[in-house]
Design a protein around this ligand. Structure first.
Ligand SMILES: CC(=O)SCCNC(=O)CCNC(=O)[C@H](O)C(C)(C)COP(=O)(O)OP(=O)(O)OC[C@H]1O[C@@H](n2cnc3c(N)ncnc32)[C@H](O)[C@@H]1OP(=O)(O)O
Ligand SMILES: CC(C)C(=O)C(=O)O
Ligand SMILES: [Mg+2]
Length: 515
């Protein structure tokens, strides 16, 4: 059975989702999980686009060993040089360079003739090939490009040294039949096509990204690109977990395998959702909360008699586990450590003790601590460990009821170590809390988005809040969890603000290095 290579671009195209802004630690955390999932290639960012992206790609390239790490570049020598600096320490340095080939993009955006697009692509691929072992060239908007023009340019970039040819459906316009036909045409008309990997990259504007990717596989591609949970620019990219499961469950039909460890899918999806703040819809295939739930009597009856009557994917296959080791008030360090390890976390003793303390505090107010709760505790612990002075919430109190004006009193420690306290009112309890926090902090902060979700089920589920704030024109996301909605709201606000401080400190450090 031929294996299809999976190319994940959650950290590049996925991060292009409006409102998503991952910091370096969060990107590294996702990268490590993608490696655990068995991804063949991961696109860690676009190094020339910002210092932050450059640093993240460099750190991921230096850390990740079992997944090939790549970065995006425009057809500029300067982009390729910057990408090389970020990627040269990777196990097998790999570049992804792109240029649009459709008439509309060439004439209206690039202002280049088709001949110039060929010349630039060839020149930049051969320039990149002098440095990188693998060079992927993408024909942006390939699905709206002239087929014979594609054949001409692909022949030339292969001769120039490209090792992967990617033909994206950049605007999610194509149909499965058309997209498959494009790959068939290219395979039939480019003599050296078997020397390279042929790759599909689909967007979901018409809801056909996964179907188009599968059509591409049926027509000979050896690599598919996409993101976890299908996040990405506009309506998003193809969901890699859906493609992987389609190949697995219908291998009688498609006869292609993957190198993914499917049991890591749910965990990867949860991590991406948590760190990006992009909540997975309950009915999303493979990873949605309801993907394995049976609600109606006839279905429940069928499942009780024989689970395969209504279940084509078992929850265990994608790592949705039944919680057999219940952690609660009376659990000790050994059971806790065992559980953390079972969940795949490799933490130092010190970190385990830190997590254990948070866990114990939670058991005072919660009968049973679920895997979801633990996941939240452990992820917060791993992504919050930044050693600069930050804001710290000391205490808060909110008074509200049917007849009085909601009033919040908050005490904070500022990054300078000073304790500050004040009270403010608002139309509701959350607004009162945020008005008070905005008043207390030194920066001018504006809340632009607020989302509340519950982690787990039942009355004692954890509340998880995602916010977007702007601080002096910088947009930043933040998240916070707690058993209480107001505490989670305050934590999310402080988290966003601290993330701005961390970013500023990093930029300042870089400026010092440059001077
Ligand atoms: C389909 C995709 O997903 S492509 C990837 C898209 N991702 C991103 O854009 C995220 C990161 N981008 C950025 O941070 C910024 O856009 C930057 C730093 C890359 C560039 O910023 P700016 O220099 O200010 O240019 P801006 O983004 O406004 O315009 C893009 C320019 O690149 C050109 N361009 C677009 N694609 C390419 C390409 N593949 N190779 C070379 N030039 C290109 C455009 O024609 C335009 O050129 P012009 O300035 O001569 O008109
Ligand atoms: C950069 C390219 C591959 C892209 O993301 C697209 O065309 O959608
Ligand atoms: Mg894309």
């Amino acid at each position: 059975m031929a294996q299809i290579k999976f190319f994940d671009t959650t950290l590049r195209d996925g991060e292009q989702s409006p409102g998503v802004n991952l910091n370096q630690l969060e990107k590294l955390e996702i990268a490590k999980q993608l490696e655990r999932l068995g991804m063949d290639i991961m696109e860690a960012g676009f190094p020339a686009s910002s210092k932050g992206d450059f640093e993240s790609v460099r750190q991921i390239a230096r850390t990740i060993k079992d997944t090939s790490v790549t970065g995006l570049a425009r057809t500029f020598k300067s982009d390729i040089d910057i990408a090389w600096d970020a990627l040269k320490d990777a196990e097998e340095p790999r570049l992804h360079v792109f240029l649009a080939t459709s008439p509309i993009h060439m004439t209206r955006k690039l202002m280049k003739t088709p001949e110039e697009v060929i010349e630039t692509s060839v020149e930049m691929v051969s320039y990149a090939k002098k440095k990188f072992t693998h060079v992927e060239w993408s024909a942006e908007d390939a699905s709206r490009s002239d087929l014979d023009f594609l054949v001409t340019i692909i022949n030339k970039v292969i001769d120039a040294g490209a090792t992967v040819i990617n033909l994206p459906d950049t605007v999610g316009y194509t149909t499965p039949e058309e997209y498959g036909r494009m790959f068939r045409y290219v395979r039939e008309n480019v003599p050296n096509i078997d020397r390279v990997d042929l790759s599909a990259h689909c967007h979901d504007d018409l809801g056909m990204a996964v179907a188009n990717s599968i059509a591409a596989i049926e027509n000979g591609v050896t690599q598919v690109e996409g993101t976890i949970n299908g996040i990405g620019e506009r309506a998003g990219n193809a969901s890699l977990e859906e493609i992987a499961l389609a190949l697995k469950i219908r291998n009688d039909h498609y006869q292609h395998g993957t190198n993914l460890d499917l049991k890591e899918i749910k965990r990867t999806s949860d991590l991406v959702s948590k760190l990006t703040g992009m909540v997975v819809p309950a009915n999303k295939a493979v990873v949605g909360r309801n993907a394995f739930a049976h609600e109606s009597g006839i279905h429940q009856d069928g499942v009780l008699k024989d689970v395969t009557t209504y279940e084509i994917i078992t929850p265990e296959m994608v790592g949705v586990k039944s919680n057999n080791l219940v952690l609660g008030k009376h659990s000790g360090r050994h059971a806790f450590k065992d559980k953390v390890e079972q969940m795949g976390y490799k933490l130092s003793e010190e970190k385990i003790m830190e997590a254990f303390k948070t866990f114990k505090a939670l058991t005072d107010s919660k009968k049973e601590v679920t895997d979801d709760d633990l996941f939240t505790i452990l992820t917060d612990l791993q992504t919050d460990s930044v050693s600069i002075s930050q804001y710290k919430l000391e205490s808060f109190q909110v008074q509200y009821g049917s007849f009085n004006l909601p009033t919040a009193t908050v005490a904070l420690t500022t990054p300078d170590g000073e304790r500050v306290e004040t009270a403010r009112t608002g139309k509701g309890s959350v607004e009162a809390l945020y008005n008070t926090l905005e008043e207390l902090v030194q920066e001018e902060v504006h809340l632009t988005d607020y989302q509340l979700n519950s982690v787990g089920k039942g009355r004692d589920a954890l509340a998880e809040v995602h916010v977007m704030v702007t601080v002096q024109d910088v947009e930043m996301s933040g998240r916070g969890s707690a058993q209480d909605v107001l505490e989670a709201s305050a934590n999310a606000f402080i988290n966003a603000l601290n993330r701005v401080l961390v970013n500023q400190s990093r930029t300042d450090q870089m400026k010092e290095v440059q001077v």
